[in-house]
Design a protein around this ligand. Structure first.
Ligand code: S3P
Length: 448
């Protein structure tokens, strides 16, 4: 089943050169944070370029349930009338975050230090994902939670009436956990400190500073130490959301493996905590050029040009790069299958607890399409077959995971035989214009 409705089986046939301009939608991480921080500011935050994918729409609806006024002005322009830090109202119904781990975990953090109770649920994928990684630190603030076995949704959070600030070392490399703790820290008096051993995406820190919070980030021997002073008055912002590098990855990787392709992706966010895929692809020999590097809304942005690269070689992806490309391993494995030699990906245990077990989902589907893949608990290796040599021909399960569905459809564009997915519905969670955008570049996609 797709996230919100009947399954949408799809097929991707081998296609001719991809060319043109790929205007991918707004960044998902920044879109969620714009709505949530906008709801916690006093006054009106204006947002342009918001991702109107289902994940973000679910967060918009949730913010309304907590009392913020969220308005869609059309064409990606939105406004949020915030209720201020500590101003959330108690929702009178269950908060359904659909497929979105980011949405539910950040919202849990944002409400956990207010004297209100909220119950959260999601689709079958989200309801299978671990939430203790967030509820454990939220308990330190004084919040209580009751969920299903294994800390799964549906789950009720009883916010702390008298929250205390915390010092928390994040035990897994997770921007969602870090962000949940920082958002909870907003309504705790005094200083909340978060320490992460490996740097993860830092949009929350950047945006909190933009909204006027007192936040400092220090690189120390212990890791990145983030200190936030609680109970600020957040000032509404004007936010231009950059295009999502994680969505850009799909047309970029397609261009690298489809003969003759030349695709330009303008205005993508290139925050260094997000850009690991592009470094990896360049190390493999990909023809990528960054043009017109600039800063927009506190984030580095560039136009990225990708051209067909038939001579890519497999590499060992450094484990310390994993956090900066964690969502891109599925599509990297598709490129790896079209390179020569082995691509080894280590230190990627987190891939097993995403919207699906992404190592298992990709390994199974790649093998069905004739690619050799080995995997262990926190690593996997794809043996490249060379440009255009993947046999293809299989139907792959997308497991309610947008990035798995899109990755297999990209595989089909450069394989010898078409590749199908059982359900392309989840693509709408992050990249609702994937089909027309890829078709506009020359891809041959069809709903079957
Ligand atoms: C996200 C963090 C990452 C990433 C997700 C978005 C965020 O998850 O996979 O798509 O916006 O904070 P983890 O925090 O679980 O690594």
């Amino acid at each position: 089943m797709s996230a919100h409705g009947d399954p949408i089986p799809m097929i991707s046939r081998p296609c001719g050169a991809l060319s043109g301009v790929a205007e991918v939608p707004g960044d998902k991480s920044i879109s969620h944070r714009s709505l949530i921080l906008g709801a916690m500011a006093v006054g009106e935050t204006r947002i342009t370029g918001l991702l109107e994918g289902q994940d973000v729409l679910d967060t918009a609806r949730a913010m309304r349930s907590f009392g913020a006024e969220v308005t869609d002005h059309g064409g990606g322009d939105w406004s949020v009338h915030g209720v201020g830090v500590g101003g959330f109202a108690e929702p009178d119904h269950v908060i359904d975050c659909g497929n979105s781990g980011t949405g539910v975990r950040l919202i849990m953090g944002a409400m956990a230090t207010s004297p209100i109770t909220a119950t959260f649920t999601g689709d079958a994928s989200l309801n299978g994902r671990p939430m203790a990684r967030v509820t454990d630190p939220l308990a330190l603030f004084g919040a209580r939670s009751v969920g299903r076995a294994g800390g799964r949704l549906p789950m009720t959070i009883v916010g702390a009436a008298d929250p205390v600030p915390v010092r928390y070392e994040v035990p897994v490399p997770s921007a969602q956990v870090k962000s949940a703790v920082l958002l909870a820290g907003l309504n705790a008096p005094g200083q909340t400190m978060v320490i992460e051993k490996e740097a993860t995406r830092d949009h929350t820190e950047r945006m909190l500073a933009g909204f006027g919070a007192d936040i400092t980030v220090e690189d120390t021997d212990e890791g990145r130490v983030i200190t936030l002073t609680g109970q600020p008055e957040l000032k509404p912002q004007v936010i231009a959301v950059p295009r999502d590098p994680s969505s850009a990855a799909f047309p970029v990787c397609a261009a690298l493996i489809v003969p003759g392709s030349d695709v330009l992706v303008p205005g993508i966010g290139l925050n260094p905590t997000r850009a690991g895929l592009f470094t990896t692809l360049q190390e493999m020999g990909a023809d990528l050029t960054f043009e017109n590097m600039r800063e927009e809304g506190g984030e580095p942005v560039a136009d990225l040009r990708a051209r067909y690269s038939p001579d890519m070689k497999g590499i060992e992806v450094p484990p310390e790069r994993a956090a900066s490309m964690i969502d891109e391993y599925p599509v990297l494995s598709v490129v790896a299958a079209n390179a020569t030699g082995d691509t080894v990906m280590r230190g990627v245990k987190e891939l097993r607890v995403k919207e699906s077990d992404r190592i298992d989902a990709m390994a199974t589907g790649l093998r069905a399409n004739g690619v050799t893949v080995e995997d262990g608990p926190d690593w996997w290796t794809v043996t490249g077959m060379g440009a255009g040599q993947v046999p293809g021909g299989a139907v792959c399960a997308s497991h309610l995971d947008h990035r798995i569905a899109m990755s297999f459809l990209i595989l089909g564009m450069a394989a010898k035989a078409p590749v199908s997915v059982d359900d392309g519905g989840p693509i709408a969670t992050s990249f609702p214009i994937f089909e027309p955008l890829m078709a506009g570049l020359g891809a041959d996609l069809e709903r079957t």
